[in-house]
Design a protein around this ligand. Structure first.
Ligand SMILES: O=C(CO)[C@H](O)[C@H](O)COP(=O)(O)O
Length: 232
């Protein structure tokens, strides 16, 4: 009798999808690179084919440092007019490819780099797949002087909704752009496109972590059965 194989850990699933994303990298083209622990696995895999690409456009200081440490050239976003592909993780992804992102506080630059790309390839383990967005606290990057006003606006959207400034080492976390993050709990985002458009208009909002207008075209989902490719 053979012993059944142990289920893959979340870390192993991240490695699997990070490696699977290599097939979406176009030889000779600069690749857009997201941020987070899953993307770190992708960056490690990308280093094995670095001679096939001119380099990357990065969505955070953390990813830039990792890319450079592995010998991958990093281009400024202003140096490129288009990317074939942007590869990034997500905190939640629904059945249409709409996502919540920004758990790593990099949402603004992630949206900027994603906007340059023809195709967003999301890499995620199966814990990120949801029916309706909102269980993960929604990150919103805000101008600090507007934080309390924006928090009140969210909290007035319904009972049980709370918005708190993300803290780090006892002080508000400061993003790569010098701003703050509000984490909003208790939302059910049934209409991601309308929700993103609405919150984007509020004064002081830099970026809302709903990626609906820039949704995933493909999700490589790490599951106990292997990597599932979902297209939207
Ligand atoms: O949006 C992000 C960072 O701002 C990340 O893509 C998201 O938080 C997922 O991260 P991880 O791969 O570590 O689970």
């Amino acid at each position: 009798m053979t012993t059944p194989a142990a289920p893959l850990s979340q870390d192993e699933l991240k490695t699997l999808v990070g490696q699977a994303a290599l097939k979406y990298v176009v030889a000779g083209e600069i690749v857009g690179v997201g941020t987070g622990s899953t993307v770190n696995k992708f960056i490690d895999a990308l280093a094995t084919i670095k001679d096939q690409i001119p380099g990357a456009v990065s969505s955070s200081v953390a990813s830039t440092e990792r890319l450079k440490a592995l010998g991958i050239k990093v281009f400024d976003a202003n140096e490129v007019s288009r990317l074939a592909v942007y590869i990034d993780g997500a905190d939640e992804i629904d059945g249409k490819g709409y996502m919540v992102k920004g758990g790593g506080a990099a949402l603004t630059r992630e949206k900027i780099v994603a906007a340059l790309a023809d195709r967003f390839v999301c890499i995620a383990d199966e814990s990120k797949r949801v029916g309706v967005l909102g269980d993960f606290p929604l990150p919103v990057e805000v101008i600090p002087m507007a934080a309390a006003q924006i928090a009140r606006r969210f909290e007035s959207m319904g009972a049980g909704i709370t918005a708190q400034i993300r803290m780090k080492d006892g002080a508000p976390l400061v993003t790569d752009n010098g701003q703050q993050i509000l984490d909003v709990r208790g939302l059910k985002i049934a209409e991601p496109l309308a929700f993103e458009s609405e919150v984007n208009q509020w004064p002081g909002v830099v970026t809302v972590g709903v990626f609906a207008h820039q949704k995933a075209a493909v999700c490589l989902l790490g599951t106990s059965q292997g990597v599932q490719t979902l297209e939207y």
